[in-house]
Design a protein around this ligand. Structure first.
Ligand code: C2E
Ligand code: CA
Ligand code: CA
Length: 694
């Protein structure tokens, strides 16, 4: 039976297979030199065992000398590779000199092995008697006297074993028992093999040459260890990859969520201002899609509903409006919530020319507006909303996203200014208007700094035609544009937050004017116009008092004219201020009566001492029979104990009719146009105590 030789061949095969495997694995792994070194070690051990098998094969006896040389040569490769592998296996820092030294030593031995007459280890060959193994297998082996060089080889191998012991020790010390154990087993087997070889040499016994077996043990045990490690790493890697994947998925999800939140409005889920800008940019960049329109809509009266029903209801209303808008917006349009109750609709590529685009956009905006005016039932409330809409057509020369949005907003402002609930398309005049406003806003600031605002006074007369007072009207002559109407610069002052300074200027000029006018018999008053936002200043009453004190006038000579709009926002605050002014002796007049929305019940509860009938009523009044509407106004004012002044009186007939209805005083071009303070002083001196109409 033949067992030993096939066993050797199998062992060689196993080693070669392991070598190929680890070289392949080491090629793709980022684990340094460990796997390549082990692969090379396995291959060289495989070749070494294969040559051992050949040396014990009876048919190969003739080539024994060559095989012996080859065998020792392979051993000279195995040992330095083993050191290289062990250094890497045990994580030996500073192993490089040892690896180089062993490679050099065994390299020299390899060269010597090539040139020595009978190889490195033997000096001649002696055939040993054939060895019959217990199962009948015959093994032929050679031996011979040792060569003088053999001692160097054995010394070098001893050093390698010592290095192996050192590595094994280092592994145990660093608690890498799983790696230390197979190495220890190999070293024990190797030790036994060495002892056995010494025993055979000393006692001249003929036994089986199994010196290759420890190498096989080394290959098998370490292959197993490294394979197990590899599997463990693979499992850990798998887990890490899975964890990374799920983390990546979670990250992508949260990125998508953040992206959504950044581009959408939380309340309605509609795209927001930012997203709309991107859409507008994209629409403007797409030059082939024809003409489109951007609509900006503002829901009217929302603040009133919000204040009356609370913010929760306000939110529900906003959502409801968004839903309706979504339903009614034309196909292919984009809807966004810009802020508060401002929505935008982008109609892209709706026509081939600007005119048709404007027509279509106006029609779309009207249908949206109509839909939103349909009553809306929220809880127990039946609400009706309305929108003002501004629209701008694109593309036009030089229009970018900002310009387009600005144009749409300018149109929206025009829609609001023109009585609200309208759809207005942007026109170049609006741009010019906006530019003028911006210029005036800046120049008004300069004018205030340079005290360039003047005051004109428009006289008022009583029923007997005697001068009873004057209304102070601010004047501003722009260095380039000439006189600017107060309505325009007061609006700009209100919009740009300069109204407080403008108001203070008017008040101070009026007080100074009053102090400079000739002394009066009876009461002569100057009426100063006060803006609602001026009235809301916390220290408004204080500032009026300070102004009176500074000019030394009698507070009883001052009238402050406020309009009904002062009561729309904060009635309580307005009431407190008016009471405080009244207690100072200042008369508060209700200006432009009948043009606002103030509630009569509110007005009734206030200490308002004067009512000014607005000039629109006077202009359109019927003389014969007398205007019943104006009569009702006068009657109401008298019932509230108010002094009644009619403004815009331009004809004697108007004055006579108003006088007949019980009006107390008159102001208008019939009496005089607004004039310089000095001119009024002159007029007062001329008409002291007698009628202007005498
Ligand atoms: P208002 O308070 O209603 O002032 C009366 C306006 O009617 C003045 O216009 C006056 O010149 C004009 N007017 C007077 N009599 C007649 C008339 O018989 N026929 C016609 N057609 N008009 C007449 P003005 O000076 O242009 O002022 C316009 C508005 O500007 C004022 O309306 C007032 O609301 C505002 N305003 C003027 N000065 C001030 C001010 O110092 N502060 C504030 N807040 N507003 C001011
Ligand atoms: Ca006035
Ligand atoms: Ca007025």
């Amino acid at each position: 039976m033949v067992i030993w030789l096939p066993t050797l061949w199998m062992a060689a095969g196993v080693c070669v297979f392991a070598g190929a495997h680890f070289l392949y694995v080491g090629r793709s792994r980022d684990s340094g030199w460990l796997y390549p070194a082990f692969g090379l070690l396995c291959l060289s051990v495989g070749a070494y065992i294969a040559v051992s098998a050949l040396m014990q094969t009876p048919q190969m006896q003739a080539s024994y000398a060559l095989l012996e040389r080859l065998h020792v040569g392979l051993a000279c490769v195995v040992y330095p590779v083993a050191v290289w592998f062990l250094a890497s296996y045990s994580g030996w820092q500073g192993s490089r000199p040892w690896v180089i030294a062993t490679s050099l030593v065994f390299g020299i031995l390899l060269v010597l092995n090539c040139f020595a007459p009978d190889g490195l280890l033997l000096a001649g060959f002696v055939e040993q008697p054939a060895l019959i193994l217990p199962w009948g297998e015959q093994i032929n082996q050679f031996t011979g006297p040792p060569s003088p060089l053999a001692v160097y080889f054995y010394a070098a191998t001893m050093v390698v074993f010592l290095i192996a012991f050192r590595c094994c020790w280092a592994l145990r010390r660093t608690a890498q028992r799983a790696r230390a154990k197979p190495l220890l087993i190999y070293l024990i087997v190797q030790l036994v093999a060495v002892i056995h070889a010494e025993y055979v040499t000393i006692f001249g016994k003929v036994t089986l040459d199994w010196e290759a077996i420890p190498f096989l043990v080394l290959v098998v045990l370490l292959s197993r260890t490294l394979t197990l490690e590899m599997r463990r790493y693979a499992r850990e890697l798998g887990r890490s990859v899975a964890a990374l994947r799920s983390e990546n998925t979670a990250r992508k999800e949260s990125q998508a969520l953040l992206q959504h939140l950044a581009n959408h409005d939380a309340l309605t889920g509609l795209p927001n201002w930012r997203a709309m800008r991107e859409l507008v940019d994209a629409a403007l960049a797409d030059s082939k899609s024809g003409f489109g329109a951007l609509l900006v809509m503002d829901v009217e009266r929302f603040k009133v509903i919000n204040d009356a029903l609370g913010h929760r209801m306000g939110d529900i209303l906003v959502r409801e409006i968004a839903l309706r808008l979504e339903q009614v917006c034309p196909d292919g349009s984009y809807l966004a919530r810009l802020n508060g109750v401002e929505f935008a609709v982008l109609l892209n590529g709706i026509a081939n020319d600007a005119e048709s685009a404007a027509t279509l956009a106006l029609a779309a905006a009207e249908s949206v507006r109509r839909e939103l005016t349909q009553p809306l039932k929220l809880d127990a409330h039946n609400l009706s909303t309305d929108v003002s809409t501004g629209l701008a057509i694109f593309p036009t020369a030089g229009t970018d996203c900002d310009v387009l949005l600005r144009q749409a907003y300018m149109a929206l402002n025009a829609a609001k200014a023109g009585g609200r609930r309208r759809v207005v398309a942007f026109s170049p005049e609006m741009q010019a208007e906006a530019e003028r406003s911006l210029r005036l806003e800046h120049d008004l600031r300069v004018a205030l700094e340079h005290d360039d605002l003047r005051l004109e006074l428009q006289p008022q007369v009583d029923r007997a035609g005697r001068l009873s007072g004057a209304e102070a009207l601010l004047r501003w002559t722009h260095p380039e544009f000439g006189p600017i109407g107060p309505q325009e610069f007061i609006r700009i002052a209100e919009e740009s937050g300069q109204i407080h300074r403008v108001g203070a200027c008017a008040l101070s000029l009026a007080c100074t004017a009053l102090a400079s006018l000739p002394p009066q018999t009876g009461s002569f008053r100057i009426a100063v116009n006060i803006s609602p936002s001026q009235l809301f200043l916390p220290d408004f009453v204080e500032s009026v008092r300070a102004c009176i004190d500074a000019s030394g006038i009698d507070p009883g000579q001052l009238t402050l004219e406020i309009t009904e709009s002062a009561f729309v926002h904060d009635v309580t605050d307005a009431t407190t201020k008016i009471r405080a002014l009244d207690s100072l002796g200042i008369r508060v007049a209700l200006d432009d009566f009948g043009t606002g929305y103030a509630c009569i019940a509110t007005l009734k509860s206030l200490p308002l001492r004067e009512l000014k009938i607005d000039q629109v009523f006077v202009r359109d009044m019927r003389i014969d029979p007398p205007d019943r509407f104006i009569r009702a106004m006068i009657n109401m004012a008298r019932a509230m104990d108010m002094h009644v002044v009619a403004e815009g009186v331009e004809t004697a007939a108007q004055r006579a009719a108003l006088s007949a209805m019980g009006c107390d005083a008159f102001q208008g071009y019939l009496i005089a146009r607004p004039m310089e303070v000095a001119a009024l002083g002159e007029l007062m001196r001329r008409h002291v105590g007698n009628s202007m109409f005498a």
